[in-house]
Write a protein that binds this ligand. Structure first.
Ligand code: CA
Length: 510
């Protein structure tokens, strides 16, 4: 550490000069909030406030630009981290391409795409959940088709193939720079996995995947993912995992309020697994519309005419309602006994339109939709491209098209973050802050550097000292120009020995 301090001394001097010449420092705290979220007494600050953004690379290739709430273009992974997201989920398909090399769509999420997403998430301090589908395209309760390359294999061969694919994929993703914290062995495997639906074979495949994860890194959590917590069969599945000696850590379920029962039932189901089998639990997928309007010309899962009512669709279709749903689901998981509720992942919170059709009619609407269709086909940014037909003829091959969840994203059709995205930070307990955030703006930026510099130079500031001390990144209890330098290095993507940007809890003064 010492030699680094010496090495940065010239930078410190230069920095001071910049700081002292800097302009006005904004007052602490944000403007009047447009949504209001009550904090949750979370079990710990590592409670997973996760987001699946698997389609984001395909969207960017399609020309989509993401902006923060102020409308400034930024890396979407920075925007997510600045709003409290601490974990990214990404799906992996073995080979989502046809013989001609054309992608099946849905983000064309192969291993290399997952690696790219993992690396960008890690850059902003977010861990990665790798969600293996063990299929070449969507796997869910309705379909669990094995990858093309595994067709005709015996169980023994398939078990070996699943083990090898898991091990090599994880290595590729971590070598790219991702911080893998958890791995899902299969996606929504309620009725089977990789073409197998007998419990004996399912258990064998789960354990092959689990064994690959254990060998890769014993600290990485292994999750099994089911659906339909409203159906008591999910408890039978928890019993099955125990009876067949499946080695796993986290019992995960999807929770979509239009289909999956009440939140009190969700807590009760997760409690069952936590109490009976001592497992961690979580919600691997949830989402909620902020509007019923479509913006890309492809019908949405929840819209004006479908899935928008029912006793568990409790919240308004507005950014406030969307944020309320996320808070409520997090609260339901946080209530799982013995701190066994790990957290919640929001599903595809960035899957917005590649071309806004809002307000268009007649021919204008039609021609924009045709343009969008061409983009979805070319870049795989819709839920399915026609090229998936050879592998998935009865579903994607028939109904291919755009995003079915653009109205459930946290970004408006033009890519600007909605105020509801702030729920991921706003649920944190009172007194939470980000290490390095000396002006309490929620972002780590050059203004923090300037604040610290002015404080060190005894210049007038209207930010209270206990807030300014969030900038004490080296944790020596004092705010010095060394702290400012560390933040400067962090902003320049240079090596820093402290986790700048992570959320911490302020201990109230007696
Ligand atoms: Ca749509």
């Amino acid at each position: 550490m010492k030699h680094i301090c010496k090495a940065i001394r010239p930078i410190v001097c230069m920095l001071l000069a910049i700081i002292l010449c800097a302009g006005v420092i904004p007052a602490a705290g944000a403007a009047e909030p447009s949504i209001v979220i009550e904090p949750i007494a979370l079990n710990n600050l590592d409670f997973i406030r996760g987001m699946d953004v698997s389609s984001v690379i395909a969207l960017e290739k399609s020309g989509v630009v993401f902006k923060n709430e102020k409308g400034n273009k930024e890396d979407i992974f920075k925007i997510l981290a600045d709003n409290g997201v601490n974990y990214i989920r990404v799906r992996v398909w073995n080979d989502p391409y046809n013989a001609g090399g054309n992608g099946y769509g849905g983000g064309n999420n192969d291993v290399n795409t997952a690696a790219l997403i993992g690396r960008r998430a890690a850059k902003y301090g977010m861990k990665l959940l790798v969600d293996f589908h063990y299929s070449d395209f969507w796997a869910d309760p309705g379909k669990q088709k094995a990858p093309k390359a595994w067709a005709g294999m015996t169980m023994e061969e398939k078990t070996d193939a699943l083990y090898a694919f898991t091990a090599t994929s994880l290595k590729t993703i971590r070598d790219a720079g991702a911080d893998i914290g958890m791995v899902q062995i299969g996606n929504e495997t309620t009725m089977g996995i990789a073409g197998e639906n007998s419990w004996y074979n399912m258990a064998q495949l789960y354990n092959a995947g689990s064994q690959a994860v254990r060998g890769f890194d014993p600290d990485v959590l292994v999750a099994i993912h089911y659906t339909n917590p409203e159906n008591s069969y999910i408890k039978t599945l928890a019993d099955f995992l125990h009876d067949y000696n499946v080695d796993y850590d986290v019992f995960a379920t999807s929770y979509y309020p239009c289909w999956h029962g009440s939140l009190s039932n969700l807590t009760q189901v997760l409690n069952y697994t936590a109490q009976t089998y001592g497992k961690y639990t979580m919600v691997a997928e949830t989402s909620y519309p902020y509007t019923l309007a479509d913006s890309d010309g492809h019908p949405n899962t929840i819209g004006e005419w479908n899935n928008n009512s029912g006793e568990n669709m409790l919240w308004d279709f507005s950014p406030q309602g969307q944020a309320n749903e996320v808070r409520a689901v997090m609260n339901a998981v946080n209530e799982v006994e013995s701190c066994k509720g790990l957290g919640v992942f929001y599903w595809e919170g960035a899957w917005i339109t590649v071309g806004d059709v809002t307000g268009l009619g007649g021919k204008q609407y039609q021609s924009r939709v045709v343009l969008n269709q061409n983009i979805w086909e070319k870049f795989g940014s819709g839920w399915a491209a026609s090229y998936c037909g050879e592998y998935d003829p009865d579903d994607g091959g028939k109904w291919y098209g755009g995003s079915a969840v653009d109205n459930q994203a946290f970004f408006a059709p033009d890519g600007t973050a909605l105020p509801s995205l702030r729920v991921f930070a706003d649920v944190l307990p009172e007194g939470s802050y980000r290490l390095g955030d000396a002006d309490d703006s929620g972002e780590i930026d050059v203004i923090d550097v300037t604040c610290i510099g002015r404080y060190c130079a005894n210049m007038p500031m209207d930010i209270p000292e206990d807030i300014l001390l969030h900038g004490d990144v080296d944790g020596d209890g004092r705010l010095t120009v060394i702290d400012a330098t560390w933040i400067q290095r962090h902003l320049a993507n240079m090596e820093v020995g402290f986790p700048i940007g992570i959320w911490k809890q302020r201990i109230p003064k007696e």
